[in-house]
Design a protein around this ligand. Structure first.
Ligand code: PLP
Length: 370
């Protein structure tokens, strides 16, 4: 028995030494300029992911955080709350973390559904949380976008009545990539939030040149701004997002959770914190996205394909003059796009990948568009 233990100890000691040696020999992390492409197979242009992420600094922070994963990450949670709050001139009591912003969208819908009534949203817009809201007894009143694919704010305002519990605005809007003039949006939020909770989804603001309205939450209990690390920060797989709201509203939301801010792992907290510090990576993502987007728009122009100018990392375009099932054809050519979103005009969406990926997309489009 004693010999066996000694042998085991010796062997595991050797294994540990081997692992340490191996760890020291791991190649250095590549710099940001190197495209990190963990995805094999067809070019994935369906989910508005950032093809350059996570940044090298986020990957290093994640690797370093693994060893501390036996402990609850309270200290790191607090420092990330502080860092996020400081970015918007807010306090940590104004921030609530979620495992992706989808978590927050669902939580806000749950909160709004505690009182019988309905929610109002533009259509088409980001709808992943609509099913959950409807199951909680919060039906969605859908207001069609304007001709130029923007939120129809006056009609949305008209629909608000004493049964309205929530108004959702996605700016920039997914799937159309459009933004609202900031003065119009501010006026709308100010007016509607006098009586109703407003949820403003800013998942793509960093790709646009539009300001965040986050600083409005300090003095407005009826405004919740929702943001994510999944897009410009390239952390879709790490699952981390957050709500910004008045401290009282954050408390009301947190009361619906078993444990506030506990849905985010030590590894994801580290990634998010490092990403906020890495302005170089954000700039790189934005610049590269703009170039690859311009290239893609040129392709649409050359094929006479109608598209909506985009303030995001995706483009809404019309397959009205395409003969056949465009998405199936793209798939056949190793490009994963999105199905038809609006039948009227056969509007669909493509995510902007790397220049290389978009050149391939253009090549395929030119081949199949007849
Ligand atoms: N909001 C918008 C507008 C989105 O497009 C997405 C994802 O595509 C999300 C929220 C959810 O992102 P996540 O849950 O990864 O933070």
């Amino acid at each position: 028995m004693a010999t066996n233990r000694r042998t085991w100890l010796k062997q595991s000691g050797l294994a540990l030494a081997g692992l340490t040696l191996l760890h020291n020999r791991l190649p250095a992390l590549p710099p940001n300029e190197v495209v990190y492409k963990p995805w094999d197979g067809p070019i994935r242009l369906s989910s508005n992911e950032n093809p350059y992420g996570p940044s090298a600094s986020a990957r290093k922070a994640m690797a370093d955080a693994i060893a501390g994963s036996n402990r609850y990450p309270w200290g790191n949670t607090d420092s990330l709350l502080n860092k996020i709050a400081a970015n918007y001139g807010l306090q940590n009591e104004n921030v609530l973390l979620g495992a992706g912003s989808s978590d927050i969208l669902g939580l806000v819908a749950h909160y709004a559904s505690l009182q019988k009534g309905h929610a109002i949203a533009a259509h088409p817009s980001f709808r992943s949380w609509w099913g959950a809201a409807e199951k909680c007894g919060l039906p969605i009143v859908k207001v069609p976008l304007t001709e130029d694919k923007k939120h129809d704010l006056p009609t949305m305002m008209d629909k608000v009545n004493n049964q309205t519990r929530l108004v959702y605005v996605c700016n920039p809007n997914n799937p159309t990539g459009t933004v609202l003039p900031v003065a119009d949006l501010k006026a709308f939020v100010t007016e509607v939030s006098k009586t109703t909770l407003v949820m403003l989804d800013e998942a793509y603001t960093e790709y646009s040149d539009e300001p965040s309205l986050a600083n409005m939450v300090a003095n407005n209990k009826n405004l919740i701004v929702v943001k994510t690390f999944s897009k410009i920060y390239g952390l879709a797989g790490a699952r981390i997002g957050y709500a910004l709201a008045h401290a009282d509203t954050i408390n009301q939301l947190a009361d619906l959770l078993p444990w506030a801010n506990a849905g985010v792992s030590a590894v994801s907290l580290a990634a998010a914190s490092a990403s906020l510090d890495d302005k170089g990576f954000v700039n790189l993502s934005k610049t590269n996205n703009a170039k690859a987007k311009a290239h893609t728009c040129q392709t649409f122009q050359s094929l006479n394909i109608p598209y909506i100018p985009s303030h995001t990392n995706f483009i809404y375009y019309s397959a009205a003059n395409f003969n056949g099932d465009l998405n199936a054809m793209l798939k056949e050519h190793q490009v994963t796009g999105t199905g038809i979103i609006e039948e009227n005009g056969r509007w669909t969406r493509i995510t902007v990948g790397t220049m290389e990926e978009m050149q391939q997309f253009s090549k395929v489009l030119k081949q199949i568009w007849k």
